[in-house]
Write a protein that binds this ligand. Structure first.
Ligand code: HEM
Ligand code: NAG
Ligand code: NAG
Length: 329
């Protein structure tokens, strides 16, 4: 009896380990020999850009998110339109909104000088997001590396997979689930709205006609709403900017969660985390009261988001220019 059971166990173990021999994992030391100064170089370019404009930290974190939610973290968001490629930059979430592409170009240029055709644009985005968190006062973490770049983009993926600010909570939860992220990841990662800005057009609906009955969103503090209206009128001013966290707009802290408890979340997608589910409400309260826990979970969830279906091994390519696929192969 013992023999067949053991051999079955042994066989099962071999079967379970087999994929390890063939698949390629992301790991922090990926460029240890091929580009030992990669982290230093990315950090120095990001630091310069953030010193010039604090908002760039927010923009770079968001760019990584918009990359990962479309075909995985493969640098697809960086491609310009050309040939058969229709750029994701024109999608609803990105148009007049996604920014930081020049900073990614500057990093790529510096890295091509140091170690040509070695570091992927997808890895650059991941490292830049981590460095941005640190520079804004947020947590740090080790970044698994070894992603490769896509040879295509997906405009429809960008339009459909990235949540919209007026999506319902169930829709947002579904979009995160499709990316392999759970409720804890959703609440923690939404915490990056503790920095950066939103345009009027992304939350105007809440100020005037939230449910199509001509009434504002009553889960938005009405004195805060009154402060927002002058620069976000019923029509016009679409591109006017408002801090996502009006208390400490450039500091990566947990004021975002405290604002939600005070019904002063800017986007509907922010406020629903507190008003539409007991589970997410408890997480909002937890992170509002415990900065350390928020930071720990944010770091974990950023690594998890960065691991969404990477291209590894021989799949994809290392782009020479993050805006274009390589043509000579
Ligand atoms: C939960 C669903 C989410 C929705 C509906 C959402 C939506 C938005 C919207 C509408 C804006 C303002 C864009 C504009 O008006 O130009 C924004 C900004 C931002 N988002 Fe999100 N977001 C979500 C999750 C995330 C996640 C997961 C991250 C990163 C981990 C993130 C990071 C940011 C940052 C940092 C900004 C500010 C960007 C800047 O100032 O350039 N967001 N988001
Ligand atoms: C959400 O906003 C979009 C773009 O402004 C709009 O077309 C759509 O009708 C809104 N959806 C809901 C449910 O309000
Ligand atoms: C509110 O939105 C609904 C549906 O989109 C529209 O029919 C109505 O005219 C709007 N009301 C106001 C006061 O803007």
């Amino acid at each position: 009896m013992a023999f067949p059971r053991n051999s079955l166990a042994g066989f099962t173990l071999v079967l379970a380990l087999l994929p390890l021999c063939f698949s390629h994992y992301l790991y922090p030391q990926f460029y240890h020999h091929s580009c030992p100064r990669v982290e230093e170089i990315v950090k120095s370019v990001v630091a310069k850009a953030v010193a010039k404009e604090a908002r760039m930290a927010a923009s770079l974190i968001r760019l990584h998110f918009h990359d990962c939610f479309v075909k995985g973290c493969d640098g697809s968001v960086l491609l310009d339109s050309s040939g058969s490629i229709i750029s994701e930059k024109g999608s609803n979430p990105n148009r007049n909104s996604a920014r930081g592409f020049d900073v990614i170009d500057d990093i790529k240029t510096a890295l091509e000088k140091e170690c040509p055709e070695t570091v992927s644009c997808a890895d650059i985005l991941t490292l830049a997001a981590r460095d941005s968190s640190i520079l804004a006062g947020g947590p740090e973490w080790e970044v698994p590396l070894g992603r490769r770049d896509s040879r295509g983009a997906s405009l429809s993926g960008s339009n459909n997979n990235i949540p919209a600010p007026n999506n319902t909570l169930p829709t947002i939860i579904t979009k995160f689930k499709l990316a392999g992220l759970n409720l804890v990841d959703l609440v923690a990662l939404s915490g990056s709205h503790t920095i950066g800005f939103s345009r009027c057009t992304s939350f105007r609906q809440r100020l005037y006609n939230q449910s199509g009955n001509g009434a504002p969103d009553l889960t938005l503090d009405q004195s805060y709403a009154a402060q927002l209206r002058p620069n976000c009128p019923r029509s016009g001013g679409d591109q006017n900017l408002f801090p996502l966290d009006f208390v400490t707009p450039a500091k990566f802290d947990n004021l975002y969660f405290k604002n939600l408890i005070a019904y002063k979340g800017l986007l509907s997608s922010d406020q629903v985390l507190f008003t539409k589910s007991e589970q997410t409400m408890q997480l909002v309260k937890l992170y509002a009261h415990n900065l350390e826990l928020f930071f720990q979970q944010f770091a974990k969830s950023m690594v998890k988001m960065g691991n969404i279906s990477p291209l590894t091994g021989k799949r994809g390519e290392i782009r020479k220019n993050c805006r274009r696929v390589n043509t000579n192969n």
